[in-house]
Write a protein that binds this ligand. Structure first.
Ligand code: FES
Length: 356
């Protein structure tokens, strides 16, 4: 362990800990843009700069190891001034259309500008509606707005390190730098699998879901934690609910809540939820009477089914019954389904729709 003093507070951390982690452990709220705990370090945005006594320059906390006896200031006048300039530089090429932005309320750039009182930029940037920046990508899922991209490259790293698709990278340099697919083509023609991990890690409104567009901003929706119903992997996700309707899906990155996928989803889990609101869905059990289906309560339907199962078992024995379960319920529910058949009914006749 090593000891260091952060904002006047002495703390101990294991050797090899970054200054960012040490500062956060000491209770300091360090702003970050390019840093993501699940991705390799980039150290490019410099929002996380802190002042270390005896060092000539401010250091980026996310890529600097904490050292024994360091004395660190996380909000000194120089640190604040530096962060303000970084924000102004970013605003120089960031269209301020927060009122119509899908990420309004969940945008780090917006939060930090508010925190440091940065309203405008003294620098003149170059916006991206020029010929170097194609704005429209015909894919049905992911919208990329180059006028909001801060070039943190989190999307590039997530695509490579979480999904393994390597569909995008940085193209060109300077004002012409942008995130692009190979030969600057459409995502559809690239190795992109439309998992949307790039949307998950984007700290601003540069990458958003086309499927959820216009249906509700983050702070307008209730988040309901649930398990994806598409396959047996059991990924955790959160349904975004507004006015009793599902209007989007977002990732849960906390390992304690999302131990299986830690926020990563596939195209179906992230974008394939609109069926939930279909008027064709069954929303109540139906019991067939005289050839006609009529709506029933769950209590009535379960009592009816239990009575029929008992009747059939009594007349023909347990092996006259079988359970056909589904890949679209959780593993735990499948466990209960086979348990019901084996332990309660007394048959091994259990099968599953995924055994195609
Ligand atoms: Fe540390 Fe970007 S968060 S350099």
């Amino acid at each position: 362990m090593i000891s260091l003093t952060i904002d006047g507070r002495e703390i101990q951390v294991p050797r090899g800990t970054t200054l960012l982690t040490a500062c956060r452990q000491a209770g300091a709220d360090i702003p970050t843009l390019c840093y993501d705990p699940d991705l390799r370090l980039a150290g490019s945005c410099r929002m996380c700069v802190v002042e270390v006594k005896g060092r000539r320059n401010l250091v980026a906390g996310c890529v600097t190891p904490a050292e024994n006896n360091m004395v660190v200031e996380t909000e000194s006048p120089d640190v604040v001034e530096s962060r303000k300039i970084i924000l102004e530089l970013l605003l120089a090429r960031h269209k301020l259309t927060c009122h119509t932005c899908e990420s309004d309320g969940s945008c780090k750039l917006q939060d930090y500008c508010y925190r440091y009182g940065v309203t405008d930029s003294r620098f003149t940037g170059e916006f991206h509606d020029g010929p170097h920046f194609s704005k429209e990508d015909a894919n049905p899922f992911i919208k990329r707005d180059y006028d909001k991209c801060i070039m943190c490259t989190r999307c590039v790293r997530a695509c490579e390190e979480i999904t393994g698709a390597q569909a995008i990278n940085v193209m060109n340099r300077g004002h012409h730098a942008k995130i692009a697919t190979i030969f600057d083509g459409n995502l559809e023609d690239s190795p992109c699998v439309f998992c949307g991990q790039c949307i998950m890690v984007c700290p601003v409104g540069a990458l958003t879901s086309k499927v959820a567009a216009g249906k509700g901003k983050s702070y307008q929706t209730e988040k309901v934690l649930t398990t994806c119903t598409y396959c047996g992997t059991g990924c955790t996700l959160e349904l975004n609910v507004k006015d009793d309707k599902v209007v989007g899906v977002t990732s849960v990155r906390d390992e304690n809540w999302s131990p299986v996928n830690r926020g990563a989803l596939c195209v179906k889990g992230r974008f394939g939820w609109d069926f939930i609101n279909s008027s064709d869905r069954l929303t109540t059990p139906l019991i067939r009477e005289n050839g006609e289906l009529r709506p029933a309560s769950w209590d009535e339907a379960l009592d009816f089914t239990a009575a029929k199962i008992k009747e059939i078992k009594g007349e023909h024995g347990p092996d006259s019954l079988a359970m056909f379960s589904s890949a679209r319920v959780t593993n735990e529910e499948n466990y209960l389904a086979q348990k019901l058949m084996r332990a309660a009914i007394g048959t091994n006749n259990v099968d599953h729709c995924a055994r195609l």
